[in-house]
Structures are given as structure tokens and as C-alpha cells.
Design a protein around this ligand. Structure first.
Ligand SMILES: Nc1ncnc2c1ncn2[C@@H]1O[C@H](COP(=O)(O)OP(=O)(O)OP(=O)(O)O)[C@@H](O)[C@H]1O
Ligand SMILES: [Mg+2]
Length: 253
């Protein structure tokens, strides 16, 4: 079976600062893969490398068997053109800590935007799907609302619907609940749980250890640009093997 994401010796530096120091990991299709680690350990950078928002300096990343950002000819790598990178990225949905909805568009318009402008889909088809997705994230009654009229949790659910509108094969979440008031976190996690149950492959950077334990299939603890420990979330969270993992978990659990 082809891995949905495969990282082989991924290195990334910003100037002299080495941020990723050789990441190896594999995410299977339909897997919910949780990524935890201290601030600055390289979690966001790794996610950004997966959809080629950052270029790796060494190593390789594959999404669904395709090399990210490059084409291999013989043993040489050629960088893909912007258009080709955009085509790869289209299959990957990304949800950030901040929702970045278009403020001048209603919820349904936000969700329709990419299918209409990127995929050149008809507005009627895009609207129908957008309304279905808003219903799925529990916001059927907010289709006509502007972002400023929605709570943070509602905006984040619109952002998830917007990512799903492109029918991605992989979803990346970068601390999707950490900017939310505590009472709004649950609704967003419920939507993510539902998405996991539907079989979506997800990589989730999170501080929500409860979510990782209940929904995650795998958990990676990253520190200082390396994978320190990986395993089933229950095992890593209740019986960490490495001192570094123990000390991190003792601070966050
Ligand atoms: N564009 C950039 N230019 C220079 N340094 C960067 C850039 N992006 C990230 N870094 C540095 O890379 C390191 C890893 O950052 P990253 O955002 O990946 O960490 P993180 O694990 O997501 O942390 P957090 O939990 O705080 O979100 C940090 O030291 C950061 O300052
Ligand atoms: Mg981050």
C-alpha cells in the first residue's frame, strides 16, 4: 500500500538555523497522525514542507507516491513549475490556527471560492457542495453570515469546510483549536473526529492530548527538529520511553 505521506531524511534550514534535522515518518491512508512537541521544534515547518510552502534542503517528501515539489529524471531532481506545485497542493487541505477567511465574503462564498476560481467549477455546483459541507460542520444556518458575525469556533469550522470543498486526499491541521476560547474547542474537535471517522487522512499538530488519545492512530513527539518518539497515542502518552518525551508530557498533561 502506498503511504499517503512519506518523509525520508527531511532537512530544512532557515539561514544558519537548522529547523528539521532529518525527519523520517510514514502516514498510512485513512490514518489520523498526531504531531506534538515544544514550541520551535519544527512542527509547523514540517507541515509547510508537505505542501511545499517551504522547500526542503535535503531528503524527500512523497504525498500519495508523488515526490513533493520535484520531478525525478534519472538521479537528478528538477523543481516543478509553479503551476505543477499548485496542482499538487490542490489535493492537500490545510487548516491553520488562524482561520484566514475572506472577510468580505459570506460563509458559503468562502467555501465556494476555490472550487470556482481554481477548479473552474460552476457556481451552482460549488454552492450546492458548500451548503452540504456547511451542514456537515454544523453551520447550515450560518451560510449567509460574514466571518465577523461568527464566533472563532464557527469561523474555524467554515475554514475546515473550505478546505474540504477542494475534495483533498489529505488534510493538515496546525493547532486548529489553540486560538479558540475553551468552550468553542469541542465543536471543532467534533468536526475533526467526524472527518476522521469518514476515513480522511489527517496530520494534526495539536496540544489536545485527549483528541490525540481518542482519535489518533499514531503520535509523534518531535523535539529540536527530530522525531524523538513515535507510537500509538495511548502508548506514547501513558508510557513514554524517552526521558525527553516524559519531561514534555509531564508539563502538558
Ligand atoms: N520563515 C522562517 N524564517 C526563519 N526562521 C523560521 C521561519 N519559520 C520558522 N522558523 C524557525 O524555525 C523554528 C521552528 O519553527 P516552527 O514554527 O516550525 O515550530 P513549531 O514546532 O510549529 O512551534 P509552535 O509550537 O510554537 O508553533 C523556530 O525556531 C522558528 O523561529
Ligand atoms: Mg507551529
Amino acid at each position: 500500500m502506498t503511504a499517503m505521506v512519506k518523509a525520508e531524511g527531511v532537512h530544512k534550514s532557515f539561514g544558519a538555523v537548522q529547523v528539521l534535522k532529518g525527519i523520517d515518518l510514514e502516514v498510512a491512508p485513512r490514518e489520523v497522525f498526531c504531531l506534538i512537541g515544544p514550541s520551535g521544534s519544527g512542527k509547523s515547518t514540517f507541515l509547510r514542507c508537505i505542501n511545499h510552502l517551504e522547500k526542503v534542503n535535503a531528503g524527500r517528501l512523497y504525498v500519495d507516491g508523488d515526490l513533493v515539489g520535484y520531478r525525478q529524471q534519472g538521479n537528478k531532481l528538477h523543481e516543478l513549475r509553479d503551476r505543477e506545485v499548485a496542482a499538487q497542493r490542490r489535493d492537500i487541505g490545510m487548516v491553520f490556527q488562524r482561520f484566514n477567511l475572506f472577510p468580505h465574503m459570506t460563509a458559503v462564498e468562502n467555501v465556494m471560492e476555490a472550487p470556482v476560481h481554481v477548479k473552474r467549477e460552476s457556481k451552482a455546483v460549488a454552492r450546492e457542495r458548500a451548503l452540504r459541507l456547511l451542514d456537515r460542520v454544523g453551520l447550515a444556518d450560518k451560510a449567509g453570515s460574514y466571518p465577523a458575525q461568527l464566533s472563532g469556533g464557527q469561523q474555524q469550522r467554515v475554514a475546515i469546510a473550505r478546505a474540504l470543498a477542494m475534495e483533498p486526499k489529505l488534510m493538515l491541521f496546525d493547532e486548529p483549536t489553540s486560538a479558540l476560547d475553551p468552550e468553542l474547542v469541542g465543536d471543532v474537535l467534533d468536526v475533526m473526529r467526524d472527518l476522521a471517522e469518514s476515513g480522511m487522512t489527517m496530520i494534526v499538530v495539536t496540544h489536545e492530548m485527549g483528541f490525540a488519545r481518542e482519535v489518533g492512530d499514531a503520535l509523534v513527539f518531535m523535539d529540536d527538529g527530530t522525531v524523538v518518539e513515535t507510537g500509538h497515542p495511548r502508548d506514547v502518552l501513558t508510557n513514554p520511553q524517552r526521558e525527553r518525551t516524559k519531561s514534555f508530557l509531564s508539563k502538558v498533561l
